[in-house]
Design a protein around this ligand. Sequence first.
Ligand code: AMP
Length: 296
Amino acid sequence: MRTVSTFDEVRALCEGRIGLVPTMGFFHEGHLSLIEAACKESDTVVVTIFVNPLQFHETSDLDTYPRDLDRDVTLAETAGCDVLFVPEVSTMFGTIPVTRIEVAGVADGMEGAARPGHFAGVATLVAKLFSAIRPDTAYFGRKDAQQLVVVRTMARDLSYSVEVRGMPIIRETDGLALSSRNVRLDAESRSAALALSDSLFAAADVFESGVRSSDTLIDVVRERLDTQDKVAVEYIEVANTSDAASVERMDRDVFLAIAGRVGGVRLIDNVHLDPGSGVADRGVRLGVPSILYGGT
Ligand code: AMP
């Protein structure tokens, strides 16, 4: 594996089919699952680590975002990364970019409403990576379900010839979705945060029993979260996977998404619901504690 910091170096090292995994680093098994999937299908796996200032709405979140490059280098290499691209902010954007990519509609609700400018920051960065690296396939987690819709829409509208692949949510042994931000939860908040995934799983069970009304599922989630006063809910919504529009009745692929603050940490999670098969996708649980907490 080579660790590089300029686009020229990345391009010089790429050959054959290119798989791209954009990240903000501080790796956990969710990130590693994307790298491993890229390895199976690519000649060159490029992983980027860039804590993108454009997509942070709150300076305190940007400042406290966990970082540990030495740890990430070892984990990326073990997972099969060929080129680890770690640019400085000045390399990526020079000054603040004059050109910004706004993905209208799909970026407006949920995360877009809660974090103004967030998706323009994401889309601008990802478009820049697609233009400069020209990947054949790019791997994103369904953990960030709306982000996946935004990236797919942007790639289609700007005619990038990249396949945007959505990968399963990887969860801790008790069900909490893996997030680099989980390391900022103290013990009490960590325990309270479990209400997020628990409430989604309860709604997934109700969906699998045949219920197709979004309001009913949202009520199931809300009732569970209401019992946990350490969780401040920001939104609970059911949206199409195709355009992230809110739906009242589920008649095609949707995701049930929640965002909440627990002990000062903002967390998001979702389950995918497929009315065609009647199956809810709850993601994949680890069998052992996550490497986030010092394991290997
Ligand atoms: P981040 O470093 O948080 O920006 O995430 C980089 C990529 O990893 C994004 O495509 C995320 O959706 C994905 N990702 C983050 N957490 C998970 C998870 N628990 N399971 C699967 N993918 C994830």
